[in-house]
Design a protein around this ligand. Structure first.
Ligand code: PLP
Length: 226
């Protein structure tokens, strides 16, 4: 079996190959190692292999693990954030990929002010309109954007999506294109910058990079199956 260090090398090489194919600089693409369900010892191995950015999707679990790991590890929240967990989550995570409603953003803004922090935020978009998924519909995001941008504590830097599950990476491409095009429309209409696109997981991060991903969230390809 491959070691964790070998798997990370493989993921980094795949990122570089797809960036090259798309004429992009691989340094523009940040790898987020999704460590949910994996214990602190496994995360430490990944950290020792030089990977410092990790993604977690449950506040309770992250709260238990993060204090046991070296301070150089940096944490991104990638799951659905419940309102009653905001106060616990804000001090733990430097970036939130998955802010999925105006109401959640408003609560985060208020609590961030109380705590004196300015979290980096991406807005999750349900591009395929799946009823099982969280996220703004593209229409709701167009409508709510002005209100979101008035929330002075949130540094809104981009969009995130999770396409419908499909065994074939190519099936995700049209959703990644849709997220990029939505971003381009929002930027044109408002003059704001939304440079970050968080898209791509173990099965489809190569395709996501070809379509403009700046953050890829990769779990299984690094840690093995959950
Ligand atoms: C679990 C998870 C991932 C990682 O999925 P893998 O297929 O294991 O790479 C990425 N993004 C989100 C939002 C997740 O919940």
């Amino acid at each position: 079996m491959e070691s964790i260090a070998e798997r990370i090398d493989h993921v980094r090489a795949t990122i570089a190959a797809h960036a090259a194919k798309a004429g992009r600089n691989p340094a523009e693409i940040e790898l987020v190692a999704v460590s949910k369900t994996h214990p602190a010892d496994r995360i430490r191995e990944v950290l020792e292999a030089g990977q410092t950015v990790f993604g977690e999707s449950r506040v309770q679990e992250a709260k238990a693990k993060i204090p046991n790991l070296p301070g150089r590890a940096r944490w991104h929240f990638i799951g659905h954030l419940q309102k009653n967990k905001i106060r616990h989550a804000l001090p733990l995570f430097e970036r939130f990929h998955s802010v999925d409603s105006l109401a959640l953003a408003e609560d985060m803004d208020r609590i961030a002010a109380e705590l004196g922090v300015f979290p980096e935020v991406l807005l999750e978009v349900n591009v395929a309109g799946e009823s099982s998924k969280f996220g703004f519909s593209p229409d709701a995001l167009q409508r709510d954007l002005e209100a979101l941008l008035r929330l002075g504590r949130l540094q809104i830097t981009g969009l995130m999506t999770i396409p419908p599950f499909a065994p074939d990476a190519e099936a995700s491409r049209k959703y990644f294109v849709a997220l990029r095009e939505l971003r381009d429309r929002l930027v044109t209409g408002s003059g704001l910058g939304l440079p970050e696109l968080s898209m791509g997981m173990s099965g489809d991060y190569g395709v996501a990079i070809e379509e403009g991903a700046t953050l890829v969230r990769v779990g299984t390809a690094i840690f093995g199956p959950r």
